[in-house]
Design a binder for this molecule. Structure first.
Ligand code: KMH
Ligand code: ZN
Length: 274
């Protein structure tokens, strides 16, 4: 089977230091966490950034600083979030793309998100996809609900996202698709043949669905954005600890872990790293 691409979702927008005191927040902390995650086997860093007080921001200056520091410390692919936090405007969410990360996320539909709504109307999707295409940024299509796959194909037909598509199946968000294995199988069977995919199981589902994905030939996302625990009731010490475990499982199951350059090859990330 193909090597496993491990994505590390370093901090997200929702996890707080109260949830887990080991959460990296500043660009320097994010880069240090990324370095250890890279050494443990991660080849993509899914990046959100925070203000100094820990609240989420889409400030391009903060994204730029974090990107630069991560790229100094690791050869990993830096993947910007364009989802940000619920309630952010399109203008805020699109702005960091001008920094031309190698990859960025693209959520192809609106979904309830706990008590909130993660708002992604067609005009947002179109604007984000178009700008990514213009700048040569490879989208990772974030799927929180089954209908988002079909919607991604609609934008592909319009010529706004290019083949081969890469999907991240985000499962177990309250309001989104549940994290059952049958749901994962259904989502994977709904993807275009030539596409690639990873799974991001939320909370306790991270390890279980990640392991199933390894067996199915998919790729895996782990990290504090999705899960703060190592075991039930035991907080994870670091992002690297979560990466290390899924890397170990992958190797035990006969799949080596992809380096960043191997990940670029598998995903057809064309944009040359600067
Ligand atoms: N924080 C969520 C509302 C993305 O990174 O693009 C959206 C999210 C998806 O995390
Ligand atoms: Zn995210």
């Amino acid at each position: 089977m193909e090597k496993t691409i491990i994505t590390c979702a370093l901090c997200g927008a929702e996890t707080t230091r109260e949830d887990n005191p080991n959460l990296p927040i500043t660009p320097r902390e994010l880069a240090e966490s990324a370095q250890k995650a890279y050494e443990a086997g991660a080849s993509i860093m899914h990046l959100h950034v925070r203000k100094e007080d820990g609240t989420p921001t889409m400030d391009p200056d903060v994204f730029g600083e974090a990107k630069e520091l991560i790229e100094e410390k690791t050869p990993a692919i830096v993947q910007f979030s364009t989802g940000g936090a619920v309630g952010m405007s399109l203008e805020e969410r699109i702005a960091p793309l001008e920094l031309r990360p190698e990859m960025a996320t693209l959520t192809t539909g609106t979904v309830n998100f706990g008590k909130d709504v993660f708002f992604n109307p067609p005009e947002y999707i179109e604007a984000l996809a178009r700008r990514m295409q213009e700048l040569g940024v490879k989208p990772e299509i974030e799927v929180f609900e089954a209908g988002m796959i079909k919607n991604a194909l609609f934008f592909q037909k319009k010529g706004l996202v290019s083949d081969p598509l890469h999907f991240d199946l985000v499962m177990g968000v309250p309001g989104g698709i549940p994290a059952d294995v049958r749901d994962l199988v259904y989502l994977v069977e709904s993807l275009p043949q030539d596409s690639t995919w990873s799974v991001a199981g939320v909370g306790r589902h991270e390890l279980r669905l990640g392991t199933v994905a390894l067996v199915m030939g998919g790729h895996v996302r782990v990290g504090f954005e999705d899960n703060i625990f190592y075991h039930r009731g035991e907080l994870a010490e670091s992002n690297a600890q979560l990466v290390e475990r899924i890397a170990r499982l992958s190797k035990e199951l006969g799949r080596d872990v992809a380096s960043p350059d191997e990940a670029r090859e598998i995903l057809k990330v064309n944009y040359p790293r600067r």
